[in-house]
Every structure is written in C-alpha cells, then in structure tokens.
Design a binder for this molecule. Structure first.
Ligand code: HEC
Ligand code: HEC
Ligand code: HEC
Ligand code: HEC
Ligand code: HEC
Ligand code: HEC
Ligand code: HEC
Ligand code: HEC
Ligand code: HEC
Ligand code: HEC
Length: 337
C-alpha cells in the first residue's frame, strides 16, 4: 500500500505533519516560551497533588507565570523592607523558603507579591503586586493558591464571606497581626463582633455559651472560611450537627429517639448563642416549649399530651418526669436514660 501512494499523498502527509508541529509550537509559546517545557513538568506534579485538576487559584498564579529570571528572592527584598522582612521571619510563611524543589513563585515574599525583579531594580511600587488595590476575590485567590487544599478553606470561594466581599485580608494580616498564631488582625470574638454587632447581645444573656469568657470561640461552631452547612456552621466528622462535637452524650443513637433532636436539631429547643432562659431554652416555660409540638389541635408528628396532663401545676414541669428528653435507651416515654 505504501508503495502505491502517489507523490501527492506523500505531500499531503508532510503538510499534515507541518500543521501538527505548527500548532504544538504555538501552544508552547502561549505557556511562556523558553520555560514551557520545564514548567509543564512542574505543573503536572502540582496537579497530581491536587486531584481536582486545575483550580481557580492556580489559574490566578498562571497570570504571573513563573519565569525564574524575574524573581530575586526574599533576601533582596529584605534589604529595603526590613520591617516586613522581620514579620516574615517571625511568621509561618518563612517555611515556604524550604520548598526548594518548587519554583521561586512558591517561595518567600514573591509567593504573595509576585515576581519582583523589575520592582527591586526600580523601587517603583507599581511594579509589584500590592494587596490594597486588589479586589477581595483577587487577593484571596492569591492566598488560596497554597491554602485551598483541605476541608478548612476549600469552600472559601463559595462562602457567605467572600460572596459579601469579605476576603482573607479582612481577618488576617501577614505583616502586622495582633494574634501571631493564625495571623489574625484582631483576636476572637472581637474580630467577629467588628462586623456582627447583632449577635453580641446574645453572649451577654444570663445563659450563654462562654465565648466572651474564652471557653469557646465563634470558630468552634462556625467556619469563617465557609463550608457545606447553612450559617457557615461546622459539622462533626460524620456531617452531623456541630453541637455533637462537644455534647457527645446527646448524640445517641438511642433505642428511643426524641424525634426533633435528630430531625430539626438542637436549635428546635435551644438558642445556640445565649438565652434569658435556663439551659438556653427558647421558651421561659418548658411546658410551652413542649406544647408547641405536642398539641391537641395540629396534626403534627408529635403525639398530643395525654388528657390527664391537665396543666395543673404538677404537669407543667414536663422534664421532671420526662427526664431523658434527648433520647433514652430504656424508656419509650423518656422517664429514664
Ligand atoms: C531597592 C530597594 C527595594 C527593593 C530591593 C525592593 N523594594 Fe519594595 N519598595 C521600595 C520602595 C522605595 C517602595 C515605595 C515606598 C513604599 O511604599 O514603601 C516599595 C514598595 C513596595 C511595596 C508597596 C508598598 C505599599 O505601601 O503598598 C511592596 C508590596 C513591595 N515594595 C514589595 C517588595 C518585594 C516583595 C520585594 C522583593 C521582591 C521588594 N519590594 C524589593 C524599595 C524596594
Ligand atoms: C503570605 C503572603 C505574603 C508574604 C509571604 C509576604 N507578604 Fe508582604 N504583604 C502581604 C499582604 C496581604 C499585605 C497587605 C498588608 C497586610 O496584610 O499586612 C502585604 C503588605 C506588604 C507591604 C506594604 C506595607 C505593609 O506592611 O502594608 C510591603 C512593603 C510588603 N508586604 C513586603 C513584603 C516583603 C519584603 C516580604 C518578604 C520578606 C513579604 N512582603 C512577604 C502578603 C505577604
Ligand atoms: C506559597 C504558598 C503560600 C501562600 C501564597 C500563602 N500561604 Fe499562608 N501559609 C503557607 C505555609 C507553608 C504556612 C505554614 C503552614 C504550617 O506551619 O504548617 C502558612 C500558614 C498560614 C497561616 C497559619 C498560621 C498559623 O500559625 O497556623 C495563615 C493564617 C496564613 N498562612 C494565611 C495566609 C494568607 C492570608 C495568605 C495570602 C495573603 C497566605 N497565607 C498565602 C503557605 C502560603
Ligand atoms: C471572617 C474572618 C476570616 C476570613 C475571611 C478568613 N479567615 Fe482564616 N481564620 C480566621 C479565624 C478566626 C481563624 C482561627 C480559626 C480557629 O481557631 O479555628 C483562621 C484560621 C486560618 C488558618 C489557620 C488554620 C489552621 O488550620 O489552624 C489559615 C491557614 C487561614 N485562616 C487562612 C485563610 C485564608 C487563606 C483566607 C482567605 C482565603 C482566610 N483565612 C480567610 C478568620 C478568617
Ligand atoms: C469584615 C467584616 C466581617 C468579619 C470580620 C466577619 N464577618 Fe461574618 N459575615 C460578614 C458579612 C458581610 C456576612 C454576610 C452578610 C450577613 O449574613 O451578615 C457574613 C456572614 C457570616 C455568617 C453567615 C450568616 C448567615 O446568615 O448565613 C456567619 C456565621 C459569620 N459571618 C460568622 C463570622 C465569624 C464567626 C467571624 C469571626 C471569625 C466573622 N463572621 C467575621 C462580615 C464579616
Ligand atoms: C455553640 C455554637 C455557636 C457558637 C459558639 C457561635 N455560634 Fe453563631 N450560630 C450558631 C448556630 C447553630 C447558628 C444558627 C442559628 C439558626 O439557624 O437559627 C448560628 C448563627 C449565627 C449567625 C447568623 C445570624 C443569626 O443570628 O442567626 C451569625 C452571624 C453568627 N452565628 C455569628 C457568630 C459569632 C460572631 C460568634 C462568636 C461571637 C458565634 N456565632 C458563636 C452556633 C454558634
Ligand atoms: C466547642 C464545644 C461546644 C460546642 C460545639 C457546643 N457546646 Fe454547648 N456547651 C459547651 C460547654 C463547654 C458548655 C458549658 C458552659 C458552661 O459551663 O457555662 C455548654 C453548655 C451548653 C448548654 C447549657 C447547659 C447547661 O447546663 O446550662 C446548652 C443548652 C448547650 N451547650 C447547647 C449547645 C448547642 C445547641 C450546641 C450546638 C449549636 C452546642 N451547645 C455546641 C460546649 C460546646
Ligand atoms: C425537644 C427539645 C430539645 C431538643 C431538640 C434538644 N434539647 Fe437539650 N434540653 C431540652 C430541655 C427541655 C432541657 C432541660 C432539661 C432539664 O431541665 O432537665 C435540655 C437540656 C440540655 C442541656 C443541659 C442539661 C444536660 O442534659 O446536659 C444540654 C447540654 C443540652 N440540652 C444540649 C442539647 C443538644 C446538644 C441538643 C442537640 C443534639 C439538644 N439539647 C436538643 C430540650 C431539647
Ligand atoms: C419540635 C417539636 C417537638 C418539641 C418542641 C418537643 N417534642 Fe416531644 N416529640 C416530638 C415528635 C415529633 C415526637 C414523636 C417522635 C417519634 O415518634 O419518633 C415526640 C415524642 C415525644 C414523646 C414520646 C411519645 C411517644 O408516644 O412516642 C414524649 C414523652 C415527648 N415527645 C415529650 C416531650 C417533652 C416533655 C417536650 C418538651 C421538653 C417535647 N416533647 C418537645 C416533637 C417535639
Ligand atoms: C408527673 C409526671 C409527668 C409530667 C410532669 C408530665 N408527664 Fe407526660 N407523661 C407522663 C405519664 C405517666 C405518661 C403516660 C405514659 C404511658 O402512657 O404509659 C406521659 C405521656 C406523655 C406523652 C405521650 C403521649 C402519647 O400518647 O404517646 C407525651 C407526648 C407527654 N407525656 C408530654 C408531656 C409534656 C409536654 C409535659 C409537660 C407539659 C408532660 N408530659 C409532663 C407523666 C408526666
């Protein structure tokens, strides 16, 4: 068959090959000329680590695609920016300089501020990435290049915070943090109260989670970096309500579950932040709380109270008899645990 090929078909094959190599060469140029081959090797390694393939953060980094000759290294920056050099050495990010196997775009000052050669030569602030002029989304994406891996931060781009234009730099400061660990601008809970005035009074109510006292932090229950639950709530490892992380005795499973504990969750009866009522209950009188569901009228899943519960004094204190209100392993009516 080969021998049968005419001169013209050979020419056609050669033409096709030329087109193919032409395209390949053009692609190389797009990915950054001379370094393309080396770079694409590196890219492959990175994307293996990050099984979701190319990510928004990485795309963002590509904008400042690494040409090693455009980087000068942190020591050069420090000669003119002594203060930031010191805060960098004190903080956690000095560790990026240990990543010798990665390119300069992953190390030191320039991992965040981008390639600095032109700036270092000219001292022109317009020739370096400054965080002030960036949008919250842009600056957050720069941080996420390294921090988006793992559960804690992987939902940030979808979080209520970023959607409302609150980015990493609103809560964290790389160079002038008030809380060195975690690089927070302000310690919790003041950091959060700064924007969430509306929840502050809850934590001064007579019965409250001791957040102001430092026993718990807002971030024990909420993930400020977002997640899959409503209200940016955290969850247990099994994706159950965050409350079970600490109140494990309420988790069960019980032989006799009290329906709403599992269906509606703890906040069907409790106010999570604080309340004027003992046990952070939603209602001052327990009987009124119970009767919201256990009524004679509504056709709810909750059985109505028996008629002998005449609401005379004796029957008002429901949990005096129904003590195991979160569920029981021995009694259908929750009379004992
Ligand atoms: C030769 C001295 C010199 C070197 C080297 C140098 N800078 Fe600068 N840099 C300056 C000067 C001068 C300014 C403008 C004055 C200012 O705002 O502090 C500046 C401004 C900046 C700004 C903006 C500051 C602001 O207020 O917004 C950043 C960020 C910055 N430099 C980072 C770096 C980084 C990162 C490096 C290393 C890659 C570096 N610089 C190397 C002199 C230098
Ligand atoms: C982890 C990312 C990160 C690294 C690493 C980093 N910076 Fe910054 N830099 C920032 C952010 C964010 C700001 C904005 C102010 C802030 O958050 O503290 C900033 C601000 C600055 C400024 C403006 C002045 C200021 O304090 O606001 C200078 C200058 C600067 N950085 C220089 C450096 C130098 C020099 C290094 C390395 C020794 C460095 N940065 C390392 C993120 C970083
Ligand atoms: C080049 C990769 C890289 C970039 C970009 C980066 N970080 Fe980091 N960050 C690190 C590493 C590495 C650590 C240290 C982790 C450790 O100690 O285990 C760290 C630690 C932190 C910590 C934790 C401090 C602690 O004590 O636990 C915070 C907060 C943080 N970074 C915020 C930021 C913010 C905000 C930005 C963007 C302005 C940013 N990072 C950009 C690599 C990066
Ligand atoms: C609304 C405020 C807020 C925003 C926005 C925010 N953080 Fe945080 N971040 C916190 C708080 C509070 C903690 C401490 C959490 C804790 O103690 O569990 C924290 C902790 C961290 C830590 C340390 C986590 C650890 O494992 O100990 C890193 C790293 C970090 N943040 C990076 C980022 C990055 C990157 C962004 C932007 C993509 C960001 N944060 C945006 C408030 C915020
Ligand atoms: C810079 C301002 C700012 C800071 C600081 C801040 N937040 Fe927010 N937060 C917002 C905005 C804006 C929203 C979205 C609008 C809203 O629901 O209030 C939001 C939303 C939330 C939500 C979701 C509310 C809902 O209705 O779904 C929670 C929970 C939350 N923040 C908790 C925190 C916690 C915990 C901290 C401290 C670690 C914190 N925030 C720090 C501005 C901030
Ligand atoms: C014990 C766990 C817990 C702690 C601690 C906690 N929260 Fe909440 N928070 C919740 C739950 C649960 C909800 C959802 C309430 C609902 O959906 O009715 C919530 C709701 C919110 C909301 C949404 C608006 C609202 O009032 O329903 C904001 C904002 C918020 N919390 C901020 C904070 C801040 C700020 C702190 C720290 C000062 C904090 N939370 C501490 C559990 C907690
Ligand atoms: C990080 C751990 C933690 C989480 C998460 C948590 N709690 Fe608590 N809770 C505590 C601690 C500790 C106390 C006891 C505080 C004290 O002594 O005042 C407490 C007390 C309570 C009380 C009052 C108990 C009493 O005897 O008065 C109720 C009710 C309560 N929590 C409900 C909840 C609910 C509902 C949730 C989920 C929204 C939740 N908790 C999440 C730690 C937690
Ligand atoms: C059907 C309403 C209801 C639901 C749902 C509910 N609780 Fe309660 N809880 C109560 C009542 C009523 C009390 C007070 C019992 C008493 O006074 O003896 C109480 C007391 C508590 C107490 C303090 C006394 C104790 O037993 O430790 C804690 C802590 C608590 N609840 C946590 C939770 C948690 C966590 C959840 C979610 C898993 C939850 N509750 C769901 C009604 C409820
Ligand atoms: C949010 C609604 C709700 C509230 C509030 C509530 N319950 Fe229930 N309760 C139910 C539902 C639904 C069932 C039925 C669960 C099932 O069959 O799985 C139930 C079952 C019961 C049972 C077992 C009855 C039976 O025949 O299975 C008792 C006893 C009970 N509740 C007592 C109380 C008491 C006491 C309170 C107040 C502390 C209370 N409940 C608050 C919804 C509620
Ligand atoms: C003095 C003890 C006592 C008090 C207080 C009490 N109960 Fe009961 N409750 C009982 C007994 C006894 C039963 C019947 C158990 C049976 O049928 O064997 C019962 C049954 C129930 C049932 C199951 C009804 C059914 O048909 O399955 C519900 C629901 C209930 N009570 C709710 C409440 C509520 C709500 C309160 C507070 C308003 C309350 N109980 C107060 C003793 C009490």
């Amino acid at each position: 068959m080969l021998r049968k090929m005419t001169k013209w078909s050979w020419l056609a094959v050669i033409a096709l090959l030329l087109v193919f190599f032409g395209v390949a060469a053009a692609r190389q140029q797009n990915t950054g000329g001379g370094n393309a081959a080396k770079e694409s090797g590196k890219q492959e390694k990175k994307s293996k680590k990050n099984s979701s393939g190319e990510t928004a953060g990485q795309k963002n980094m590509d904008q400042y695609k690494a040409d090693p000759s455009q980087y000068v290294g942190s020591d050069t920056c420090k000669t003119c920016h002594e203060e930031q050099g010191k805060s960098f050495d004190r903080g956690p990010h000095w560790k990026t300089t240990l990543a010798g196997h990665q390119g300069p775009e992953w190390q030191g000052c320039e991992a965040c501020h981008g390639p600095g050669k032109e700036h270092a030569e000219s001292a022109d602030p317009a020739k370096i990435i400054r965080f002030g002029p960036l949008s919250r989304e842009e600056s957050s994406k720069r941080c996420l290049t390294c921090h988006e891996f793992g559960e804690e931060h992987s939902n940030f781009l979808r979080s209520q915070h970023l959607k409302n234009n609150v980015g990493c730099v609103d809560c964290h400061s790389v160079h002038t943090p008030k809380v060195g660990r975690q690089l927070l601008k302000v310690a919790q809970p003041q950091l959060c109260y700064g924007c969430h005035q509306e929840v502050k009074p809850d934590f001064s109510k007579p019965f409250h989670h001791k957040v102001n006292e430092g026993l718990l932090a807002c971030s024990n229950c909420h993930n400020p970096h977002g997640g899959f639950q409503t209200r940016q709530l955290r969850a247990t490892a099994a994706q159950d309500m965050v409350c079970f992380n600490c109140h494990t005795d309420k988790a069960g499973p019980f032989a006799f579950e009290h329906g709403p504990v599992k269906t509606e969750g703890c906040i069907a009866c409790h106010q999570p932040h604080g309340s004027s009522n003992p046990r952070q209950l939603r209602r001052a009188n327990v009987n009124l709380l119970c009767l919201e569901c256990h009524t004679f009228t509504v056709d709810s899943a909750a059985p109505a109270i028996p008629s002998f519960h005449n609401q005379a004094q004796k029957y008002q204190a429901c949990t005096m008899c129904h003590v195991a209100i979160h569920g029981s392993n021995s009694d259908h009516f929750f009379f004992k645990p």
